[in-house]
Design a protein around this ligand. Structure first.
Ligand SMILES: Nc1ncnc2c1ncn2[C@@H]1O[C@H](COP(=O)(O)OP(=O)(O)OP(=O)(O)O)[C@@H](O)[C@H]1O
Ligand SMILES: [Mg+2]
Length: 218
């Protein structure tokens, strides 16, 4: 039976879709049977994967469930016995039903956050939603993932301190700002398929982050 990872954040543009697709690629590389679910009506992942040339196509399945609304958990359950992992890219909103419903079915929720104060403020609302889901879904674990970071900046250090106060763990691995993520999206690929120096560094970070999440699923 598949484990479910929900990638959630109220704030737009923090890297939910980027993280979802790269977790999919890294878990696939580890030999897991992966299904990536696009649950956001912007359908970023569907566009991203359709950009690929036939040769460079994503080596795992991507399904669009963004129009299923409050029924999304039933649609996800249809796939549960055919995969090891289902990774869901949630919409940038907690007022829509989708994120809350996916959280009720998920084992882990990964919350990408950058060093912008606006991301931190949005996370407070999301944490309440995660905590509500945890009343019904006791197995649900929540973790923050710092994305688009620049380590030496004060703000990142401040943010780490504040996140600790919110009581949700932060993955040790951070995903720095790297141009290769945008290139990967434009090419319909992930950084794991790219061979330039920046993509190699990015791939190592993505693999480390995936290993940390894999440990949380045990
Ligand atoms: N670590 C990173 N370094 C550089 N660019 C990044 C990184 N992570 C994401 N991006 C870029 O930031 C933009 C927003 O990322 P993405 O679409 O993944 O965010 P999102 O949270 O899914 O947005 P939305 O809320 O609109 O769904 C994209 O252009 C993406 O390529
Ligand atoms: Mg997105």
């Amino acid at each position: 039976m598949a484990k479910i990872i929900a990638v959630t954040q109220q704030k737009g543009g923090v890297g939910k879709s980027t993280i979802t697709m790269h977790l999919g690629a890294a878990f696939h590389e580890m030999g897991r049977k992966v299904l990536v679910v696009d649950a956001d009506k912007q359908t970023t992942l569907v566009h991203w994967s359709s950009t690929a040339s036939t040769k460079g196509r994503m080596p795992f399945q991507i399904v669009n469930l963004s129009e299923t609304g409050g029924e999304i958990h039933r649609e996800i359950k249809k796939f549960i016995s055919d995969y090891d992992l289902i990774i869901v890219d949630c919409p940038p909103s907690i007022t829509e039903k989708i994120s809350g419903i996916v959280l009720l079915a998920a084992n882990v929720t990964v919350v990408p956050i950058s060093s912008s104060p606006a991301d931190y403020w949005s996370s407070i609302g999301l944490i309440k939603l995660i905590q509500q889901a945890q009343i019904m879904n006791k197995a649900l674990k929540g973790v923050f993932l710092l994305n688009k970071t620049e380590e030496k900046r004060m703000l990142t250090r401040e943010l780490k301190r504040s996140l600790k106060e919110l009581g949700f763990p932060l993955l040790k691995t951070q995903i720095p700002t790297r141009e290769c993520y945008k290139q990967a999206m434009a090419l319909g690929q992930t950084v794991l398929q790219m061979t330039d120096r920046s993509s190699k560094l990015a791939s190592a970070e993505i693999r480390a982050c995936t290993n940390e999440i894999s440990a949380l699923l045990k």
